[in-house]
Design a protein around this ligand. Structure first.
Ligand SMILES: Nc1nc2c(ncn2[C@@H]2O[C@H](COP(=O)(O)OP(=O)(O)OP(=O)(O)O)[C@@H](O)[C@H]2O)c(=O)[nH]1
Length: 308
């Protein structure tokens, strides 16, 4: 689905997550500057730096223990960042308590604090980089994987299926007569149809299936551990239900209207013997066969004996 800014909600969510992290970094830097100033200038240090759960109440902590999207929480770096933040607070607490009791702070204590601060900062950078990586993996308009990310996903699937000696299906899907949508209702309406179609595909498939935008109005699907006959059955259902979807758009004259679309599907398989590039090529052949057969249908590419 499209957000108000015209980008997919996935992309705008990741963007918001990155902005929220940047803000948390600012709050952390302020916290650091504040207690450093008090320590260096010999000013009284307030309770908030000494409490054992101070890490939950500082600006960074409020962000960390607040609400997050799955894009932030799913990153491997996220729990590590939380641990490093707690360790950093422990180190600061020891220093601040000693200072408030006019005891000298040892070099080892200071070095420990600096090491923890540096590790914490590096972890923040890792988390932000991971989110940028996600941002560059999704198609800006539809929120599904872009071509490059989907190719990597298929390469991983090929490696997995090679180990298990199994088979997975890949499907090339292309909207029918999509040019007419653009020509009749305008490019914006066309964009809306593409975004709708992408989320329809995602919602119609199993959670472990994947959807990528191959280019233009062409999408690629990966159905792990489904052979081409399973995939054909699934795609027939998806195709049939798609034709009954009412898509709300705004026409070129600004008036709202509902339209239907159909798509052509080409199914092929990926396995130990049939790598990613061959699977894409053959799914494309099957999809063109579906176009030639009159569109709004599913065709399967079956490898010949010579291709085994
Ligand atoms: N709105 C919009 N249109 C796009 C986008 N990418 C590609 N298109 C349009 O998709 C249309 C594809 O047209 P064709 O390749 O002729 O295919 P088609 O009209 O779907 O016809 P068949 O595939 O033969 O059924 C062109 O009008 C492109 O401009 C996009 O991101 N947004």
């Amino acid at each position: 689905m499209l957000s108000e800014s015209g980008q997919s909600t996935v992309v705008s969510q990741i963007n918001s997550d990155i902005i929220a992290i940047n803000n948390a970094v600012l709050l952390h830097n302020r916290w650091l500057a504040e207690w450093n100033k008090k320590l260096i200038c010999g000013l009284p240090i307030s309770e908030e730096f000494i409490q054992s759960d101070a890490y939950r109440h500082c600006g960074f902590g409020l962000w960390y223990y607040g609400e997050h999207s799955r894009f932030t929480e799913d990153q491997d770096e996220f729990p590590r960042l939380g641990q490093l933040h707690i360790s950093l607070h422990e180190s600061v607490r020891r220093i601040v308590l000693k200072a408030s009791e006019n005891q000298p702070i040892t070099e080892a204590e200071y070095d420990e604090f600096i090491a923890r601060e540096l590790e914490f900062t590096a972890s923040l950078v890792n988390l932000r980089d991971a989110l940028f990586g996600q941002l560059y993996s999704f198609d800006y308009l539809t929120g599904v994987y872009n071509r490059q990310a989907f190719y990597s996903l298929l390469e991983k699937e090929h490696a997995r299926i090679t180990r298990t000696s199994g088979v997975s299906s890949i499907v090339m899907v292309d909207l029918d007569y999509f040019k007419k949508v653009n020509d009749q209702y305008g490019h914006q309406a066309g964009d809306k149809v593409l975004a709708y179609f992408a989320s329809y595909l995602k919602e119609s498939l199993r959670p472990y299936d994947s959807v990528g935008r191959f280019g233009g109005e062409e999408f690629l699907l990966c159905l792990p551990d489904a052979n081409v006959d399973d995939a054909k059955t699934i795609m027939e259902r998806v195709r049939e239900e798609l034709a009954h979807q009412q898509i709300d758009i705004t026409g070129a004259d600004g008036k709202p209207l509902s339209i239907n679309i159909t798509a052509s599907f080409g199914v092929s398989s990926i396995s130990k013997r049939h790598p990613t590039s061959q699977a894409i090529e053959t799914a494309d052949i099957a999809m063109y066969e579906a176009k030639s057969a009159g569109r709004n249908c599913v065709k399967v590419y079956r490898y010949s004996a010579a291709e085994f």
